[in-house]
Design a protein around this ligand. Structure first.
Ligand SMILES: [Zn+2]
Ligand SMILES: [Zn+2]
Length: 136
């Protein structure tokens, strides 16, 4: 089965998944902009059972809300993966940390009220203002 490895910029922190992500999100919200320093973030959702390996000892950041814990590298600063009480049983990973130009494209585009004017919509991908929840 395909394995996909997300790694921080310096290589100290990594997480490896088997198989395909369940969903891929692009989020434009103000928090994701600040957290990443970019104008949107892209994250892949994997069921926890698909985690096959972890390496390194990430620092944990959860100031945004106490329900989400972002695992980042204390040395280089990359946020590699996170878990949230909002989506139990799921591990989210930063798609950029896979450095894979063939990674599946986003299936959901959320918080579009924050989208920068020059950022194009993704053809065929549903757009939401605000959050998307699994019940929709
Ligand atoms: Zn690092
Ligand atoms: Zn966001």
């Amino acid at each position: 089965m395909t394995q996909r490895k997300a790694m921080c910029a310096c290589g100290d922190i990594s997480i490896t998944f088997s198989g395909e992500p369940q969903r891929v999100f692009r989020c434009h919200c103000d928090y994701c902009q600040k957290r990443t320093g970019s104008v949107f973030q892209v994250s892949a959702w994997f069921p926890m059972e698909q985690v096959v390996a972890k390496a390194g000892e990430p620092r944990v950041f959860s100031e945004h809300n106490m329900l989400t814990e972002y695992m980042f590298c204390a040395r280089c600063g990359s946020t590699v993966y996170w878990v949230s009480e909002y989506v139990q049983g799921i591990v989210c990973a930063a798609v950029g940390c896979f450095v894979d130009a063939h990674f599946p494209k986003p299936t959901l585009d959320i918080q579009n009220q924050y989208r920068h004017g020059w950022v194009e919509a993704i053809e065929g991908v549903p757009e939401y203002e605000g959050f998307w929840t699994p019940d929709e």
